[in-house]
Design a binder for this molecule. Structure first.
Ligand code: FAD
Length: 397
């Protein structure tokens, strides 16, 4: 196959796709980035970036990295202080710390603000849902992505950075690409609180991550999402993530989702119980499910198709690794593509090297699954990966 000049088609403008596009742009590698969305999705959450921050700094232009503070739920939280207070896991019954994971520097980032911020300086083509892929015939180089608006893009490599239900993954692996649902109930919803409760929570909660494992085999975390008006605590937006075993779901707790949650909170420590009691009665709790996809090898068709971020390894949030790994993928992919452009490394070799790393990083999917399930098994919780490795990367890659 005659090597063509690189042109990368990045499918998906989430954390992985945006970081890849910035890295390619910074290194003068031609690319196009597309996303199916035309407006931000209503689902929002925050992520903790720790070990991947130096990689993100390498990929982003200086002006975006230097102003990343504005993407935080609390723009006043200092990253070094966040690193010292760390990520707190409590005993849900007593509120006592069970373990704290610390880092030299931690950034808590509101995902919607972050995507908006990272979109600056990129020409993202919105409203383009990838529906098909075609490889150039025979030994020819090149690959074409087709979108639902009837348009297409041709390049040297398609990167599927299209999230946990990746279409590119489905194209590569068929039914083997289907995610697996975990046997637990899951709630993820945001809300505001009366000013006095919001102030109390803000003062008493760990500013980065504050979660509990309860003897009733239940997980609950309360997090800050945004402070739209610093002076008015009643505008501050918080969110709750909670899981419990499916075998236990709904049996003893008829009624609305919120009343079910309230009834499960009876023996929780005071702060979290008070928060749930004060969630507005009409809060919307949409049905949700935890899904994972355990990475398996794919054929990259001579370096013409690969995967990154949740598309390559979709995991639960309990060990806070998905976003960090998406940035690591972006850094590794850009590094390998540079070798094609600069050192004339064959495209196949460069993408093979990247894919091997992505497969290794995929081991985190099972580790995070164990972590999620350990939160629902209080007696064995201290054997969980959260205790053994905190939020450090699981493998050397
Ligand atoms: C509640 C929660 C808490 C989390 N906490 C943490 C944490 O503390 N630390 C951490 O590191 N990670 C965390 N994560 C994980 C992290 O958010 C994800 O790993 C990361 O955002 C994945 O980014 P991505 O770019 O791979 O995928 P996504 O953000 O899902 O982006 C995929 C993009 O592809 C687009 N797309 C999809 N299909 C198509 C198509 N067919 N054509 C075109 N575009 C398409 C979508 O519109 C989307 O914009 C958390 C996740 C959740 C849900």
């Amino acid at each position: 196959m005659i090597q063509q000049p690189m042109r990368v088609i990045v499918v998906g403008a989430g954390l992985a796709g945006l970081a890849i596009a910035h890295g390619l742009k910074k290194n003068n590698i031609p690319y196009v980035i597309v996303d199916r969305e035309t407006a931000p999705r209503d689902r929002n959450w925050a992520i903790t970036l720790g070990w991947a921050l130096p990689l993100l700094q390498k990929l982003l232009p200086d002006n975006l990295y230097d102003s990343i503070q504005q993407c935080q739920p609390d723009p006043n939280l200092d990253a070094k202080l966040a690193g010292q207070t760390g990520l707190l896991v409590r005993d849900g019954a007593t509120g006592e710390a069970k373990t704290v994971s610390r880092f030299p520097s931690i950034r808590r980032l509101n995902i919607q603000k972050t995507k908006r911020h990272f979109s600056e300086g990129l020409d993202i083509r919105y409203g383009k849902r990838l529906v098909d892929i075609a490889l150039a015939p025979g030994n020819d180089a090149g690959v074409t992505a087709y979108f639902d608006d009837g348009t297409s893009e041709t390049g040297t490599t398609i990167v599927g950075a299209d999230g946990g239900a990746s279409h590119v993954r489905r194209w590569l692996l068929g039914d083997l690409a289907l995610p697996e649902a975990l046997p637990c109930d899951f709630m993820n919803f945001s809300f505001t609180l009366p000013a006095d409760i919001a102030l109390r929570l803000d003062k008493e909660m760990n500013p980065t991550v504050d979660v509990g494992a309860h003897p009733s085999n239940m997980y609950l975390g309360v997090f800050l999402l945004d402070k739209p008006d610093i002076e008015r605590p009643e505008t501050w937006v918080f969110y709750i993530l909670s899981t419990w075993s499916l075998s236990d779901a709904g049996i003893h707790h008829p009624g609305s989702r919120l009343s079910e949650l309230r009834s499960r909170m009876r023996d929780w420590f005071d702060l979290f119980k008070v928060v749930v009691d004060n969630v507005p009665d009409d809060v919307e709790i949409k049905p949700d499910q935890l899904r994972i996809w355990k990475t398996r090898p794919w054929d990259n068709h001579r370096g013409r198709i690969t995967l990154a971020g949740d598309a390559a390894h979709s995991m639960t949030f309990h060990r806070g690794q998905g976003g960090n790994l998406a940035i690591k993928d972006a850094d590794e992919l850009v590094k390998n593509i540079i070798t094609v452009q600069r050192d004339k490394v064959p495209l196949q070799d460069a993408i093979d090297t990247y894919d091997k790393g992505a497969l290794l990083r995929g081991e985190e999917v099972e580790i995070s699954r164990q972590c999620s399930m350990a939160f629902l098994d209080y007696d064995n919780f201290e054997n969980s990966p959260v205790f053994k490795m905190g939020v450090n990367p699981a493998v050397k890659f």
